[in-house]
Design a protein around this ligand. Sequence first.
Ligand code: PLP
Length: 514
Amino acid sequence: MDGELKPMDAEQLRENAHRMVDFIADYYKSIESFPVLSQVEPGYLGKLLPDSAPDHPESLQQVLEDVQAKIFPGVTHWQSPNYFAYYPSNSSIAGFMGEMLSAGLNIVGFSWITSPAATELEIIVLDWLAKLLNLPDDFLSTGPGGGVIQGTASEAVLVVLLAARDKFLARIGKSSLDKLVVYSSDQTHSALQKACQIGGIYPENCRVLKTDASTNYALSPDLLDEMISQDISTGLVPFLLCATVGTTSSTAVDPLPALATVAKRNGMWFHIDAAYAGSACICPEYRPYIDGVEEADSFNMNAHKWFLTNFDCSALWIKDRKALIQALSTNPEFLKNKLNPHSSGTVMLTTRWIRCRQDYLQASQANMVLDYRDWQIPLGRRFRSLKLWMVLRLYGVQNLQQYIRNHIELARQFEDLVSQDPRFEVVTPRIFSLVCFRLLSPDNDGDKGNKLNRDLLDTVNSTGKIFISHTVLSGTYILRFAVGAPLTEERHVNEAWKVLQDEASKLLATIQNN
Ligand code: PLP
């Protein structure tokens, strides 16, 4: 066994992990040499790897060689400075080290006692972030609400929907599930639809309200009001409104104050999804986009998108944590302790831990500790607050604000470049760091214009030089250029624009020649 990798050994960890860090650092050094969008065919990897796991250990060197030769071709390089697709998913040195530390400790922090620091750091860091976003005090842990790290915005909206659903059913009766209605716009992320499916909301009670260019694809409070009145008149119960600040398609911002008024007048739960744009609101000049959050029941932003915190880290704040806990807490036998079989907050502990457990029971009963397992779907949870804490401490607020502002400025510059080329148009007003634009069809034909832009997207992405994505707004195919990768600089934006112009020229020339 000598020389072979043990399950855990401090010196072997040191040596191997150093090599891995070197490997990853080299990856970042050469990241621009890879095609940004993976160019492999489906099933490529099965042809390169054996059919079964090895009987005997292989070396780290062999594995790393395979990563280089076989895995990297199938990687789309989200951290490339030439990545402009979807929304960013930031990695940073601080976030990476937080992940390392979390992996190193590898705790499973489902309740306070399973690692008090995990729960307490999460509470503290989410309070810090709430203050940075200037969220209302009701979202702080010092009141009846608080923050929690979910894996994704999808999980956040799901737990919120379950909390709201059960709060309403407790009032109107369990058998009224078929009466509960959810409201959102046609620009709301599909995560809400998934939450409705999981939460048992009747599909015919999911109101997806139409938006158009007249509101820049934001939800109209009048339309919402009208729909709610109609539903109430037929005996239905409006229970949840999901607004978005920074929609996935085009960064539309729903008018929170007016929507909040409608939601509150009808006694509904008001959730705000700011998965992408929430990060920008740490800058005072962008904070007005979440004005109205004071009236929300829950608010969510993904630190793993544009806040230098490695995936996954989705921050959710809620005003009434009791609602969440009531919907999600369970009291299984294996989590009870012998002395207090009715306790819902402790784990079975050995005698060595008895004193600690008694303290914990007292603390739990006095409502001094939280058990985050009751705020989420799974039982087990990672020590994710470490990376957010490290990001906040190692960069500091001013640098984080500067980071956001720089990306927004780069997006503004790209928007200028597009505006200066009469062959293109900017389609929706740019608000944050996403530019929605398209190549104009020479003969002004809608279908041909859509095909032209689809072709442009394909040719541009198949160069491997940049990666952009698309959306469809009011039936029009639109290209999306989202700035937000940590390594992106002005030169990358300029070069990306050149790639787009060159490929557009080639496409337009082919059309002219046909
Ligand atoms: N909400 C918005 C506005 C988004 O842009 C996204 C993803 O891009 C999501 C929700 C879903 O995010 P997640 O992958 O964290 O569930």
